[in-house]
Ligand binder design. Structure first.
Ligand code: PEP
Ligand code: MG
Length: 843
């Protein structure tokens, strides 16, 4: 072997091995060698070497084999740059032939040697020579007949005897692994995990430590110091006597032992205490020197421990947080590195219950993951049924075509919601996130038969009302039956990470909170304020919905005034609560923006209920609903248009805000409310609304004899508002970009209907991602930049922010930070995610 050839390198402390050229496994093995761990002799093949092999240029195999002696027994493992990218399976026992069989029969017994040889022949035939596995189907699994049968079957199929030369075997193994890396499936799999198209593969060739024998403890296993589920200190792993590779982890793990002493069964600690102690010591050393919790793969041969490999220990989201925090607290890594080691999305997972990732999943439908968390319960198809279930203390899953205000009561009663229609910003999605309720919308693969009250899968399975299903809102899956769940965790490790993140964050994080309950959650996560209070959502509460509808239904000014008079104290009380909960932190209240269709009854039962509540004949209600119906409600009588055409509505809201301001300022620091005008498209709208709000402020000041200040801002949700930001800004203390509507209008893409084809669009690569989920930095982003630039040019002290659903998305936060926004605002449960993502951007 050419020792100076960097493409084939003996793994020593000083060898020129890099992750970028030889892969993560080779590099890790070198680190283990540097720690003086008992690693069997290893040779690393670089990406270039493996590329050459795939192209048919085989290196000098005899030279490669030289360090391993005259009769080598080897294994080959993949070494990709990132271990997550995978690679072909390891091949063990290369070099097994008749002579080795005879020699091993002496050493480990004929039975074990025969089993080893037989297994190698099968592996070689199937994975290297690509023979059909059926060829071996009828052969016995062990014993001399199995070996003879396997050798004969090999010869029958290939017309050649099984190769006896280790060099021939090794060359064939290397070639098959190098080519497997290029296969379409392997390429797609790794690209799905983020690997570049030209990702290289390295290979490591290692002397076998047998794990089989007659002279003392022999076996193999894996060990790590922490639990993969919780991240807490607990020595875990499996070990199996007389085994190799990862056999101890396979299937039922029959015959496998625990590592540490365990009441559930026998352990390696009992069987071989010294070897166990050594392994624990090695893992501790790795943790300290490799600065990571590792899982070591080991073999014990006649009592002697060998460390074959080490990988970053697998971990759930909550374990990732605890491990990173513990490493920082133990001084192994600095805090900023600990912050960067956790994917912000992982926090999202740990704040909610999750389906056990290890459990089998019977997926019956897939939707858009609209609100994270998981829950199991009985299927119900109406809000009423959900409430009935709730009254019986039975958890239920509410299935609807889409949700509206009538469903709010049902959503409160349900443990999760699924809808046939809708996207990431639809009613069900927004409310689900606000309530912390698992939610999947735009579900495909399931037919929602509301009449028959059942869900039907494409392959004919039927789930009726009362059947148990599980909703995994974190990835949008609907599962049959009750899946095992992990509880949510906001433990000390999470708190520590959040405190550290706050120290690094250089962009404000506020919460979108509509109700006092939302505000409480926002405070719990230490949001710096409320960035968006959707006031119309305060009327989703069933007891109040009718008053809101009365106001919407009013034909005469006098009727409307009466309804507004009833709404005023409700609003005032809400705002007082919000101000008190937020304790002087800013609260940005958006004036009504009710897309009318969300407030009108959708069916006959709803109309009847409304007719009763309003003491109106059903026919009048039906007529009025028809009169108010719009062809395109999202572009109709919404937002500021309502404020311009029925100004007394915004007058009432402004009064409620100001009176609440005075009330909440009584016992503490003066509250400075922020009032935001929605769906603006013209400067004149802002001027007109501002004039009336100023007048209300003056009236309240005069009536009470007390003073206060407030900030008036504009929500930029239409492309025109972004383009005309220069003339709007002089009338606004702040601009908040409502990127839900701005995305809808920039693309001309209905936020409620896009769910139907979005996954297909993303699958076909038309859009890289769902633009309602991740901000389209090119198109919508350009409007944001234009709006920010023109706004700031006209008014340098202008506060800029984003309050669409993108506010909680890491990539979108990066964009907002680059553009110089002051803060982002997102659902309360996403505040920790946003904060960690923002901290990472700064680090
Ligand atoms: C938006 O449009 O981005 C927004 C925050 O408002 P809503 O989702 O209520 O329309
Ligand atoms: Mg909007």
């Amino acid at each position: 072997m050419q020792q100076d050839d960097p493409i084939i390198t003996l793994v020593t402390e000083t060898a020129p091995i890099k992750t970028e050229t030889h892969g993560g496994r080779a590099k890790c093995l070198q680190r283990l060698v540097r720690l003086s761990l008992p690693v069997p002799l290893t040779v690393a093949l670089s990406f270039r070497a493996v590329h050459d092999i795939a192209e048919g240029r085989m290196p000098d195999i005899r030279a490669l084999l030289k360090p391993f002696g005259a009769h080598p027994l080897l294994c080959v493992r993949p070494s990709s740059e990132d271990p997550d990218w995978g690679g072909p399976s390891a091949v063990l026992n290369i070099g097994m032939n008749d002579a080795m069989h005879a020699a091993l029969s002496e050493r480990i017994g004929i039975e074990a040697a025969t089993r080893l040889y037989g297994r190698f022949v099968r592996t070689y035939a199937i994975h290297v020579e690509r023979l059909d596995p059926d060829v071996f189907d009828d052969l016995p699994m062990s014993g001399p007949a199995a070996l003879e049968g396997a050798l004969a079957a090999y010869q029958d199929e290939t017309d050649e005897p099984f190769p006896q030369d280790a060099a021939v075997q090794l060359a064939a193994v290397l070639k098959s692994m190098a080519r497997a890396w290029r296969g379409t499936t392997a390429r797609l799999l790794r690209q799905a995990k983020g690997a570049p198209a030209d990702a290289g593969l390295g290979l490591v060739v290692q002397e076998m430590a047998l794990g089989l024998g007659k002279g003392g403890v022999c076996g193999s296993g894996v060990i790590q110091l922490v639990s993969s589920g919780t991240g807490r200190l607990r020595i875990t792993g499996r070990y199996m006597n007389q085994s190799q590779g990862r056999e101890a982890l396979q299937d039922s793990g029959e015959g496998a032992l625990y590592l540490a002493r365990d009441a559930r069964g026998p352990s390696l600690q009992d069987l071989a205490p010294e070897a166990f102690e050594q392994l624990v010591e090695y893992c501790g050393l790795m943790r300290f020197r490799l600065r990571e919790e590792m899982q070591a793969e080991f073999t014990i041969e006649n009592g002697q421990v060998h460390v074959l490999d080490a990988l970053r220990a697998q971990r759930s989201s909550r374990a990732a947080v605890r491990i990173a925090v513990a490493l920082a607290e133990d001084g192994v890594i600095p805090r900023d590195e600990a912050l960067c080691r956790v994917d912000p999305r992982a926090l999202n997972e740990m704040l909610h219950r999750q389906v056990d990732p290890m459990a089998p999943r019977d997926v019956i439908g897939k939707g858009i993951a609209a609100s994270p968390g998981a829950a199991s319960g009985k299927l119900v198809f109406s809000a009423l049924a959900a409430q009935a279930c709730h009254a019986r203390d039975e958890p239920c899953i509410l299935a609807r075509r889409e949700t509206g205000p009538e469903d709010i009561r049902g959503m409160h009663a349900a443990v999760a919601v699924i809808t046939e229609r809708g996207g990431i910003t639809s009613h069900a999605a927004v409310i689900g996130r606000g309530l912390g309720l698992p939610c999947a919308v735009g579900v495909t693969g399931l037919i929602f038969d509301m009449k028959e009250q059942l869900l039907r899968t494409r392959d004919g399975r039927v789930f009726r009302a009362g059947d148990i299903v599980t909703v995994d809102g974190t990835n949008g899956d609907i599962l049959a039956g009750e899946a095992p769940l992990h509880e949510a965790a906001q433990d000390d490790a999470f708190q520590a990470m959040m405190t550290w993140a706050e120290e690094y964050c250089d962009i404000g994080i506020r919460a979108n909170a509509d109700t006092p309950a939302d505000a409480e959650v926002a405070r719990r996560f230490n949001a710096q304020g409320i960035g968006l209070c959707r006031t119309e959502h305060m009327f989703f509460d069933p007891g109040r919905l009718t008053v809101m509808r009365e106001m919407i239904f009013a034909r005469e000014g006098a009727d409307r005034a009466a309804a507004l008079e009833r709404l005023l104290p409700m609003q005032r009380a809400d705002f007082i609560k919000l101000f008190n909960i937020m304790q002087g932190r800013p609260v940005c209240i958006r004036l009504f923006d009710p897309p009318l269709h969300e407030f009108l009854p959708a069916d006959r039962a709803g109309m009847r209920e409304l007719a009763e509540a309003l003491s109106m004949p059903l026919s009048d209600v039906t007529r009025r609903v028809e009169a108010l119906s719009e062809y395109n409600p999202m572009l109709g009588m919404r937002g500021v248009r309502l404020g311009i055409t029925m100004p007394e509505i915004y007058d009432m809201q402004a009064r409620a805000i100001f009176e609440a301001t005075l009330e909440a300022s009584r016992n503490g620091a003066p509250v400075v409310p922020e009032i935001m005008i929605p769906l603006v498209s013209a400067k004149r709208e802002v001027e007109m609304v501002k004039k009336r709000i100023d007048a209300v402020a003056a009236a309240v000041k005069m009536e009470t004899g007390r003073d206060f200040t407030y900030r008036l801002g504009v929500m930029v949700e239409t492309p025109r508002a972004a383009l005309r930001a220069g003339e709007i800004a002089p009338h606004a203390a702040f601009l908040s970009f409502g990127t839900n509507d701005l995305t809808q209008m920039t693309y001309g893409l209905s936020r409620d209907d896009a769910g139907k084809f979005m996954s297909e669009y993303v699958k076909q690569g038309v859009y890289r991602e769902d633009p309602f989920h991740t901000l389209d930095t090119e198109g919508v982003g350009e409007l944001l930049m234009i709006g920010a630039e023109r706004g700031r040019a006209a008014r340098p002290d202008l506060t800029l922010s984003i309050c669409g659903e993108h506010g909680g998305n890491a990539e979108s936060i990066a964009f907002c930070r680059d553009v110089g926004f002051d803060y982002v605002s997102c659902s309360p449960f996403r505040v920790p995610v946003a904060r960690l993502a923002a901290a990472q951007l700064r680090i």
